[in-house]
Design a protein around this ligand. Structure first.
Ligand SMILES: Cc1cc2nc3c(=O)[nH]c(=O)nc-3n(C[C@H](O)[C@H](O)[C@H](O)COP(=O)(O)O)c2cc1C
Length: 360
């Protein structure tokens, strides 16, 4: 698969064809399923780590702590288990529908204490609905899954996991190492398990501009999580439409004046509700001449950052919904800079009203 061509096509106005079968929601891991045993003292609680991040709570597999474009959940997880875990060391495939693991083989010689969760994708699931628009979405989804694991580790009091979102490898696309706890207690500011299990994408419309402080905090969360890979701004509707960004001193400053939301709605596969959204957080960058590793890195980081920003927004009482499919969204050019350099990679719709939440 040529990712450079795939991204250029996904960004074009071409529409996907009719839906095709999504296939099974879980990889056919070999061997018998095994329970995740309860963690003993000093062991990494794999049961809770996966329950708070990747496990499905409905038999169709749609209701999960991590969001996914079209709720198609293309991300598969393998665990490289080292010492300090309730499972014998080895490599395991994770079944998110049954919350069970399948032993695949021995651990590699360089397995670290604790567990490394490796993330890859089954393209058929997302391609089934999004066709040629699937690849950027699957990379974003992988970033969201990494964010869900990262947040779950923090909620359990583990040290901040080590992330690999460098975009170098095609498989696994991302990896996250969680060390065994050292007297684990939830860190100050870490989310609670309940917050992770109750996060949902709010059903549109998401109306009214978030308070400035909340918007600033959400922008700061996204900017920090994207580790310089993308720039961030937010298109705001009321009282006067404009675009804001974070200034170096952490305050909000105006990037442009004018109404951007109808254009964003047109760029995001014509989703009209975006034009009435209180604010739209935008991660942008990834120029047209980016090679495959940069494309992977930018999208993985964007998904990770929006995953963290979404939970940060929910914790401030805001409604949020990720927006992942962008066509011809050359933000830089529309703000007067050179074309092809600064594309919208991912978005998060934000509002203060909560309509009935759920999937769509
Ligand atoms: C990468 C990504 C892109 C998404 N893009 C859109 C979008 O363009 N429009 C939309 O309404 N929802 C979008 N969503 C939200 C999903 O539809 C939602 O996560 C899914 O239905 C599951 O619902 P939940 O987040 O409440 O668990 C996106 C989610 C992700 C992770």
């Amino acid at each position: 698969m040529d990712l450079v061509t795939a991204l250029a096509r996904a960004r074009s106005p071409e529409r996907p064809g009719p839906d095709t079968p999504a296939g099974p929601a879980v990889r056919p891991w070999p061997g018998p399923p095994r329970r995740l045993p309860e963690a003993g003292p000093g062991e990494l609680d794999l049961w809770s780590l996966l329950r708070l991040s990747l496990a499905a709570r409905d038999s169709a597999g749609r209701l999960r702590p991590t969001p996914s474009a079209g709720a198609l959940h293309p991300v598969d997880a393998q665990l490289v288990v080292g010492t300090g875990c309730p499972l014998p060391p080895g490599r395991y495939g994770y079944d998110p529908l049954r919350h069970r693991v399948h032993r695949l083989g021995p651990e590699p010689d360089d397995a670290l204490p604790g567990a490394t969760v490796e993330l890859s994708v089954t393209p058929q699931r997302t391609v089934s609905h999004y066709g040629h628009r699937a690849w950027p979405l699957m990379l974003l989804d992988t970033g969201h899954a990494a964010a869900a694991l990262w947040l779950a580790a923090r909620a359990l009091g583990a040290r901040p996991p080590t992330l690999r979102l460098d975009g170098i490898a095609e498989d696994p696309l991302a990896a996250l190492h969680v060390a065994p706890p050292e007297g684990a207690r939830r860190a100050a500011g870490a989310p609670t398990p309940r917050e992770l299990l109750t996060r949902r994408s709010a059903r549109p419309p998401l109306r009214h501009t978030p308070p400035r402080d909340a918007l600033r905090a959400v922008l700061a969360t996204a900017a920090e999580a994207s580790a310089g890979e993308l720039a961030w701004c937010a298109a705001v509707g009321e009282p006067q439409p404009h675009i804001v960004e974070l200034a170096p001193d952490g305050t909000l400053r105006r990037l442009a004046v004018g109404e951007a939301r109808p254009t964003l709605a047109a760029w995001a596969a014509g989703q009209a509700w975006i034009a009435d959204t209180g604010a739209v957080l935008l991660g942008h960058g990834c120029p047209a001449d980016a090679g495959a590793p940069q494309i992977r890195r930018a999208h993985l980081r964007a998904g990770f950052a929006v995953g963290l920003a979404h939970v940060a927004a929910c914790r401030r009482g805001l409604a949020g919904r990720p927006i992942g499919s962008w066509q011809q969204a050359d933000l830089g050019a529309s703000l007067g800079a050179s074309p092809g350099r600064d594309w919208v990679v991912h978005g998060l719709a934000l509002g203060t009203t909560h309509s009935e939440e759920g999937t769509s």
